[in-house]
Design a binder for this molecule. Structure first.
Ligand code: 9PG
Length: 685
């Protein structure tokens, strides 16, 4: 911790209308007008935990305006990451000299004035736009030149959004970090722990582990599994009906594909807000469809946006008092004339009738209709305005607690939510923007709209936020697309997206109609089964080229992913004694150089030193990840596959030097020697 220097804290608050701006020490408790600041610090592996309490004097009520503490980090900085406001906000590592510019001011003015989009933080936060100044929420880190990381991460978002600002010297030599709360609207009557966070420096895996271990809240129901599935949105959008759903369901069951979840997205409901009634495209209701889905062994999933209502809904007409208001009237959460009737509004989730209604909705969906998973969307809308003495983040947190309660033992996937408020509340959480039918939305990118629907935007955040995966929920990278029709993505781009989602995702969905798949597309889809847990060890990003070290079980892998449009040079890791295998390039060794074309990737499995170990398999996204066990009896090998393996290809096994004959699952193997590595290859089909 020698490199992290405590600077000071600052706060602003009003008491009976009088404004106090104070600074305080981070070394000892302080007396402030009408109260005290109490500090608790605790040393933990790689860093320190801070718990900061404001204790108002008897009868004093603090109306909070600002609260932050600052540190100096004295260590050269290569890269900087600050987590974006919510699910859809683009988040990735950047260089110290980069600028984080606010949305184009004219665009921002229009969308704020007419309340067209309230997805981002532009309506309450300002960005300086100066080189080296970055702002984010809940967590952020520096990657130093000595390969360590300095990480700041919230320990709870109960008292609101944790805001992290960093000011990095543009030469990267050092930085100042401030960690604070969005506390506008917060009223303190009693002793309150306003800020608690971890800050530390060390090896990447260790600092993230330390943060994770000290995060205050526990999980609802232990760890959830990595799952695959189908969702209706990214092919049919809101134009779904009963036939489309059942036809797609059949395309999976006809082929015996072992997906976990089959999910109906937006388009089934009477209106956004009217969740108890289906529209006339679902004349038989949803209970029957959920039953059909369960019957074939999949978990039925359903999309809802519980904290919003569109203007044409009965909810808006009959319960105008349920809609969120501020001093200007009803609070719009956005405008969507394409899929919905136009304006949609946030609900006042403090209203007892709203809570009662939502309880009834969830009881109906989960217990009467029988859905086992819900995708809960547009959640940010509950917390657009501070109210009732609570900050935005406090309201968001309470909203997530409420959803956790009413989803009970069913699976929740959260979307359109400030991520920190969903930590350990949802089993699955979308961590990027929507994927699109094109690669990028160039117009919205120019306007610096971070929440834009765009495939490369989604992919960037999927990689950028990978650290959250399995620590706070399972990451949902959004869908892959392999189909030919109804999209403009090139073949290569689709393959990269498919690989990235399978590598980083804890929930791997598609919306493709797999009936339209060619033989090759089916093979490719099958190559991702069975779904396996990946353990990401490191990600190095270099202008669109990502080098990822990871493990599946005990097997080590290296992937090179090029999302830039240009050729990139890659070098296989290790010395010449390190063997690597990929289907595209065959056997290679450490030091080998490859040219990777734009929008391409290579995935290598590391050759084990032990004879009789599997080097790789063909027809797999992750070579050899489908192998369960290898039994060997005098050069006769029996190889078994994990449950859920859909296609067997060739298997390549390392053999002892000089082996001349080998049988693999009763096929005689083709023996080869390359770089001193003897292998046997046989087809297992
Ligand atoms: C359903 C969809 C899908 C999707 C969600 C969410 O207008 N917009 O900018 C906009 C942004 C995101 C969005 C829809 C509209 O997507 O992420 O998976 O469920 O809602 O309406």
């Amino acid at each position: 911790m020698a490199d992290i220097e405590n600077k000071k804290g600052v706060l602003s608050y009003r008491i009976d209308g009088v404004l106090y701006n104070k600074s305080f020490s981070l070394e000892e408790n302080s007396r402030i007008p009408h109260g005290h600041i109490m500090l608790k610090q605790e040393e933990v592996p790689t860093g320190r935990l801070f718990h900061i309490v404001i204790e108002p004097d008897k009868k004093a009520v603090f109306s909070m305006e600002h609260f932050a503490v600052t540190f100096a980090v004295h260590k050269p900085i290569k890269k900087c990451f600050l987590n974006g406001f919510q699910t859809w906000s683009e988040s990735s590592e950047c260089s110290p000299w980069n600028t984080q510019k606010q949305m184009n001011p004219v665009f921002s003015h229009w969308i704020t004035k007419y309340q067209l989009k309230k997805y981002g933080d532009q309506h309450f936060m300002s960005y300086s736009g100066k080189p080296g100044e970055f702002l984010g929420y809940s967590y952020g880190y520096f990657r130093h030149t000595d390969e360590t990381i300095t990480l700041a991460g919230t320990l709870t978002e109960k008292t609101g959004y944790t805001i992290i600002r960093s000011q990095v010297e543009t030469d990267g030599s050092m930085a100042e970090v401030s960690i604070g709360k969005d506390c506008i609207g917060m009223q303190l009557h009693a002793s309150t722990e306003i800020l608690s966070f971890y800050i530390g420096n060390g090896r990447e895996a260790e600092v993230f582990k330390s943060w994770e271990n000290n995060f205050t809240e526990r999980r609802k129901q232990g760890k959830s599994a990595t799952i695959s599935g189908w969702t209706s949105w990214y092919n049919h959008y809101e134009k779904i009906d009963e036939q489309i759903i059942l036809r797609n369901l059949k395309s999976f069951t006809d082929r015996g594909i072992p997906i976990d979840v089959f999910q109906i997205d937006d388009g089934w409901q009477g209106a956004v807000g009217d969740w108890l009634k289906t529209n006339d495209k679902f004349p038989n209701g949803l209970a029957q469809i959920a039953r059909e889905i369960k019957k074939v062994g999949y978990i039925p999933g359903l999309w809802l946006a519980p904290f919003i209502a569109e203007e044409s809904s009965f909810l808006c007409r009959d319960h105008a008092d349920w809609i969120l208001r501020d001093e200007h009237g009803l609070v719009r959460a956005g405008y969507n004339p394409f899929n919905w009737s136009g304006n949609f509004y946030g609900l006042n989730i403090d209203h007892p009738e709203v809570k009662e209604y939502l309880r009834m909705v969830f009881r109906t969906v989960l217990e009467i209709w029988g859905f086992g998973m819900v995708k809960l969307d547009f959640l940010y809308a509950a917390a657009l305005v501070p109210r009732n003495g609570k900050s935005r983040g406090q309201i968001m947190y309470e909203g997530m607690e409420f959803l956790q309660e009413i989803t009970a033992d069913k699976l929740m996937m959260a979307c359109g939510v400030p991520l920190g408020s969903a930590f350990r509340k949802a089993e699955y959480c979308r961590i990027g923007s929507d994927a699109a039918l094109t690669w990028e939305d160039k117009r919205l990118k120019l306007l610096r709209y971070r929440e834009r629907v765009s495939t490369i935007n989604s992919l960037t955040s999927t990689i950028g936020r990978h650290h959250l995966h399995k620590r706070f929920f399972q990451n949902d990278p959004d869908v892959f697309i392999l189909r030919d029709e109804n999209n403009k993505l090139s073949h290569d781009k689709k393959e990269v997206l498919f690989f990235v989602n399978n590598l980083f995702g804890g929930l791997v969905f598609t919306s493709d109609d797999i009936n339209t798949y060619s033989e090759n597309q089916l093979k490719q889809y099958y190559s991702s089964f069975p779904m396996t847990e990946k353990n990401i060890l490191s990600v190095v990003s270099d202008k669109g080229l990502y080098t990822v070290d990871f493990q599946i079980g005990k097997r080590s892998y290296a992937a090179y992913i090029n999302v830039s449009g240009e050729f990139r040079k890659i070098t296989l890791q290790g010395d010449t004694g390190t063997g690597w295998y990929s289907e595209k390039s065959g056997l290679g060794q450490g030091g080998w150089q490859f040219k990777l074309k734009g929008y391409d990737f290579l995935c290598f499995s590391k050759v084990q030193v032990r004879p009789w170990s599997v080097v790789g398999t063909t027809g797999r996204l992750f070579p050899a990840s489908e192998i369960d066990q290898v039994f060997n009896e005098e050069n006769e090998l029996t190889i078994t596959f994990k449950e859920g393996t859909l296609l067997a290809g060739d298997v390549i096994v390392r053999l002892p030097k000089g082996t001349e004959i080998c049988m693999i699952n009763n096929n005689s193997a083709l023996i080869e020697v390359q770089f001193g590595i003897t292998t046997g290859r046989a087809s297992l089909i």
